[in-house]
Design a protein around this ligand. Structure first.
Ligand SMILES: NC(=O)c1ccc[n+]([C@@H]2O[C@H](COP(=O)([O-])OP(=O)(O)OC[C@H]3O[C@@H](n4cnc5c(N)ncnc54)[C@H](O)[C@@H]3O)[C@@H](O)[C@H]2O)c1
Length: 298
């Protein structure tokens, strides 16, 4: 098939691109390299076509994405703290940019699988969270993702638009330097203690990026209709336990340290993944503990 990935030079998009290429698909990538890096695509650079295009530029975007068999829309600005200081920019890219993608797809009847976020649920008390839970994002980034979902509902009446509500994705090449896993890894390998924001009792659902790439392709290939689907591991770990896993497998003599928590964080997040299992016949294969153990074996 002939696919396009927006945000394909980023963390998740580049893993998705590699898997699609491996499976024999043609892949065009749209990315303005504001965060993503061409090095993420180095091993497949001769097998893809890269377009340095901003999704806010509807004309250029249309030239690349029209006529494809499917669109994976992953371009977005993704930092919660930054979304407080650059609210308009986040809205332009994550909402208007997404509308540009949906608009072209609508004209051509092309299926779109796009990256939504567990951030749409906000600080929900429904744990594990089903897709039917109330949507109450608590930070500007989450609000842009909810607005993108509302656009998906508007545009997704005549052709399929699938919104995947990703939980906390981890793996190699994460461009989210602010992500807790990257921070713990960097500190521990530099012989510094992992720094926990808040009391460390926050619960998170971490899901491996290769599992994410696979479920995202299933969402494109299977008959789905227009739908929103949770994609997480379905299990949680506390931030304190996560810090201790890094210490344990790095075999360093360290103790976590604590500092004040930033705004916009939820207490607990855990996906109910029964819909993904049922509709996409998917379940995650890699566990967080296995992955941490492996990175320190290398
Ligand atoms: N990583 C996670 O844990 C996570 C969780 C939930 C949702 N998501 C969503 O998944 C998607 C991918 O996230 P990621 O972690 O790979 O982030 P990322 O920052 O690594 O990738 C996003 C890519 O989009 C590109 N981009 C940004 N603005 C653009 C624009 N205006 N035009 C073209 N390209 C632009 C960036 O250069 C980058 O390569 C995003 O939509 C994000 O909101 C990620």
């Amino acid at each position: 098939m002939d696919y396009v990935i927006t945000g394909g030079a980023g963390f998740i998009g580049s893993h998705l691109a590699k898997l699609l290429v491996k499976q024999g698909h043609r892949v065009d990538i749209v990315d303005n390299l504001s965060v993503g890096r061409l090095e993420n695509l180095a091993e497949i650079k001769n097998k893809i076509r890269f377009h340095n295009v901003d999704i806010c530029n509807g004309t250029e975007l249309r030239q690349v994405i029209a006529g494809k068999d499917g669109i994976f829309h992953h371009a977005a600005l993704t930092s919660v703290p930054e979304s407080y200081t650059k609210e308009k920019k986040y809205f332009d890219v994550n909402v208007h940019g997404t509308e540009n993608v949906f608009d072209v797809a609508h004209e051509t009847g092309t299926k779109v699988v796009f990256a939504s976020s567990a951030g749409v649920y906000g600080d929900t008390k429904a744990i594990p969270t089903p897709e039917s839970a109330k949507l109450e994002p608590i930070n500007p980034y989450g609000i842009t993702k909810l607005k993108a979902e509302l656009l998906a509902e508007k545009y997704g009446t005549k052709h399929d638009i699938v919104g995947l509500r990703y939980y906390n994705v981890y793996g190699s090449n994460s461009s989210m330097q602010a992500g807790v896993i990257s921070k713990f890894y960097q500190n521990v390998t530099a012989n510094k203690p992992p720094v926990i924001e808040g009391d460390g009792k926050q619960l998170r659902d971490f899901v491996f990026v290769d599992d994410i790439a696979q479920v995202t392709i299933f969402a494109m290939e299977k008959k789905t209709g227009s739908v929103f689907i949770n994609v997480g591991s379905g299990v949680t770990v506390s931030i304190l336990d996560l810090a201790n896993l890094f210490i344990k497998y790095s075999k360093k003599n360290l103790m976590p340290v604590f500092e004040t928590e930033q705004q916009g964080n939820v207490r607990a997040s855990q996906a109910d993944i029964s819909l993904a299992k049922r509709l996409l016949s998917w379940q995650p294969e890699t566990t967080l503990e296995q992955w941490i153990q492996n990175i320190f074996k290398k």
